[in-house]
Structures are given as structure tokens and as C-alpha cells.
Write a protein that binds this ligand. Structure first.
Ligand SMILES: *Cc1c(COP(=O)(O)O)cnc(C)c1O
Length: 403
């Protein structure tokens, strides 16, 4: 084939499209052909957006709230974010310290553009959320991957972190509870991170998107509780995508130091201008309304979590850290690497295994390689109990079929 006439920019060749969305597309295509695919790859709740939130969106349209809004988001929504941060966590923010963006992912993108550039290194513990490294790369900076250990429940070991820090380190991205592991960072790890951040003027990005989906009653330790001075160098990322089942509305928000939010607003003003006016009104209803929806959703996930944990760990050779939050499990399936399928294919890594599971058992999962951890495969349990039961049967059979 001839090379196309129009060349692409170098930066786009360096990054990959989101692998989680790619698996989802492949599974949906198989399903459209009539295959009975069970989808464990989806990164969103299987709940509908609550009715009062949808009504607020519809009312916004009917009232003609359909024009540009202020770049950082409408003031009532930024006030509602401040209210939630104060009520739920005791953190004090002013509306000029809040940016509303087109989803949490976009908030992260704005941060990276505002903070990082060529020569900068950003620490990213792995397993990581798929979008962290490319978002850092798109800013021209270098992601530095810090490996976490399954044996310590994917907590961060301060001594390991120390090995990856250099004078070029500008910041670190934390995600607790984590996608894909569901693990949380311990107070000890956060203390060490906070100390290093203070000593070396790092920015700490705390992706708290799963903070309403937590199992057990203990309050999660948080970087802002380590030392009050850290609020000057911490960015809190959150949004309504997961907590209110609003992934399609595209509303996320960032809380942080005023000058960083101002810089992010400059970036946003020259790219998306503002998040959707209608979606902002819906998010306002979510944040100011009753907060029982996230809790109900969490409660509904508990029996599914218990079931999938039991089913996975009953399979020979499989280990799985019990998630403390989120709706993912991240079993280690590497005991099956090196084995062969009936048709003679050797399963060499997580990508080959996920492909085998999709083709052989019609199970859509996401290979751990996408999260920088090749021994694992991610399963979302934001799906019905019936799908979980059938899916775990198929998984056990498919793995047993490897020789
Ligand atoms: C889903 C998710 C987000 C935010 O997603 P948006 O849909 O862009 O709001 C951020 N971080 C992690 C780890 C996620 O899983």
C-alpha cells in the first residue's frame, strides 16, 4: 500500500489508543454478530443515571440553558463541589480553586498540559490506569513507572519509590482505590509520599474517582491528611462518572491551588471552552441532591464482589488481591502462561490469554499489559449476578482447557 500523503504528528505515533475502549469495541462487534459475549471489560457502573439527575438535565434544555458557560464551569456547580469536599472530607476549597472539565480524564489532561513538559518525569505506580502514561506523554513529559507488588496488596513501598525518583521528578499520580486493582494506599505509604513531595516540591495528583465505592467502614487514608502544607501542592481529581453512573455526561472536576487551576482554565479556554451546559446542570443535581445513590450502588456491588472473589480463588493457580474499593478484580493468571490451547496456540502473556478467553469462552476482559502489569487480567464486576455466575464457569472451563 502507498504511504498516505498526509503525515501524522510525532506525538500521536508515540501513544496508543485506550486499550480498554478497544476491547469493549471488539466485544461489542462480536455481540453484534450474534455471539453470546459476556462483557467483563467495561469500565463503568451497570446502573442508570438516577432519575432526578436526568430530570435536571432535561429541565436545563427546556429552560434554554444551552449556551456557553464560564470556562471553569458554572459557579453553582463549583460551589457544590466545594460543599461536597467540605462535607464529605472536611477539606476547604473556594470556587476559584475548582475546575469542572469534560470528564475526569479531561481534568487530568488539563493538569498535565498545565504542569508538565519536556524533561519532566512523572511517577506512576503500576498497575496504573491506562490513560496516565499517554496523558503525561502528550504533555511532552516522561512517565516513570514504579512497580507495585501483589504480595503487599499493591501498596506503595517507600524504598521502591525512592529508587525511581530523580532530580527531574515533578510529580506523582495516585489512584486509591485503584483501577484496575481495587487496592488502596496505606497511611504509611502516603506519609512517605507526602514527605518526599514536600522535600522535593512534587505535585501530587490524587485521582479519587472511586472514593464513593469503598468496601468496609474504615475511612480511607488520604494524602491531604498527611500534612496540611500538602494542600499547596496537591490536585484532587474526581467527578460524577462513577459515583452517579454518569460516564456519558462527561463531567469531572479538579480541586487545587488557585494558580494551577487558573493555568488549567487557560488550557481549557483554548480547547473545549467549557463542559456541556446541560451536563453541568445534571451534575449540580447529583452533587447537591441526596447522596444515597452512590451508597446503594456500593451495597449492590458487595454480593458480586464476594461471589467473584470466591469463584476466582477457587480456580487452581489463581491468586487475587481482595479489592478495598472500585468494581474491578485483578486476578493473577500467570500460572497459565506457557500452556497451550486445544488448537496448539501457546498462551505467552496477558494479551494472548485475554484473546483466548474472548475467542474460546466469549469472555471480554482487559489484559493486564494495558495497565503495566502483564501477569494479570482485569474483570469488572459491574454486571449482573447471572453474568458473573456464567462467566466464572466459562473462565474455569477455559483455563482447565489449557495444557
Ligand atoms: C473512570 C475513571 C476516571 C474518570 O473517567 P471520566 O469518564 O473521564 O470521568 C478517572 N480515573 C480513573 C482511574 C477511572 O477509572
Amino acid at each position: 500500500m502507498d504511504a498516505p500523503i498526509i503525515e501524522l504528528a510525532a506525538r500521536v505515533k508515540e501513544i496508543k489508543a485506550s486499550p480498554t475502549l478497544a476491547v469493549d469495541a471488539k466485544a461489542k462487534a462480536l455481540k453484534a454478530e450474534g455471539a453470546d459475549v459476556l462483557n467483563f471489560s467495561v469500565g463503568e457502573p451497570d446502573f442508570d443515571t438516577p432519575p432526578h439527575v436526568c430530570e435536571a438535565g432535561k429541565a436545563a434544555i427546556d429552560e434554554g440553558f444551552t449556551r456557553y458557560t464560564p470556562v471553569p464551569g458554572i459557579l453553582p456547580l463549583r460551589e457544590a463541589v466545594c460543599h461536597r469536599l467540605a462535607t464529605d472530607h472536611g477539606w476547604r476549597y473556594q470556587p476559584d480553586q475548582i475546575q469542572v472539565s469534560c470528564g475526569g480524564k479531561h481534568g487530568l489532561y488539563n493538569m498535565a498540559q498545565a504542569l508538565f513538559g519536556p524533561g519532566d518525569e512523572v511517577l506512576i505506580p503500576a498497575p496504573y490506569w491506562v490513560s496516565y502514561p499517554p496523558i503525561v506523554q502528550l504533555a511532552g513529559a516522561t512517565p516513570v513507572i514504579v512497580p507495585l507488588d501483589e504480595a503487599s496488596d499493591f501498596d506503595l513501598d517507600p524504598a521502591v519509590l525512592q529508587q525511581y525518583a530523580t532530580p527531574r521528578t515533578r510529580g506523582i499520580i495516585l489512584n486509591s482505590p485503584s483501577n484496575p486493582t481495587g487496592s488502596v494506599l496505606s497511611a504509611r505509604a502516603l506519609e512517605a509520599i507526602g514527605k518526599m513531595a514536600l522535600e522535593n516540591s512534587w505535585v501530587v495528583i490524587s485521582d479519587d474517582i472511586y472514593d464513593t465505592i469503598v468496601y468496609g467502614d474504615d475511612k480511607l487514608p488520604h494524602i491531604l491528611e498527611v500534612d496540611p502544607r500538602l494542600s499547596e501542592q496537591t490536585l484532587i481529581l474526581n467527578g460524577v462518572s462513577k459515583s452517579f453512573a454518569m460516564t456519558g455526561w462527561r463531567i469531572g472536576y479538579t480541586a487545587g491551588p488557585k494558580h494551577i487551576i487558573a493555568a488549567m482554565n487557560k488550557i481549557q479556554s483554548q480547547s473545549t471552552s467549557n463542559p456541556s451546559s446541560v451536563a453541568q446542570k445534571a451534575a449540580l443535581a447529583a452533587l447537591n441532591g441526596p447522596q444515597d445513590f452512590p451508597r446503594q450502588m456500593r451495597d449492590a456491588f458487595v454480593p458480586r464482589l464476594n461471589f467473584i472473589m470466591e469463584a476466582l480463588t477457587a480456580i487452581e493457580g489463581v491468586t487475587c488481591v481482595r479489592p478495598r474499593g472500585s468494581f474491578y478484580v485483578f486476578p493473577n493468571l500467570s500460572a497459565y502462561f506457557g500452556r497451550q490451547s486445544q488448537d496448539g496456540r501457546v498462551i505467552g502473556d496477558s494479551v494472548a490469554l485475554a484473546d483466548y478467553l474472548l475467542e474460546e469462552a466469549l469472555l471480554a476482559t482487559v489484559p493486564g499489559a494495558a495497565f503495566g502489569a502483564d501477569q494479570f487480567v482485569r474483570f469488572s464486576f459491574a454486571t449482573s449476578m447471572g453474568v458473573l455466575e456464567e462467566g466464572m464457569k466459562r473462565l474455569a472451563d477455559a483455563l482447565a482447557g489449557l495444557r
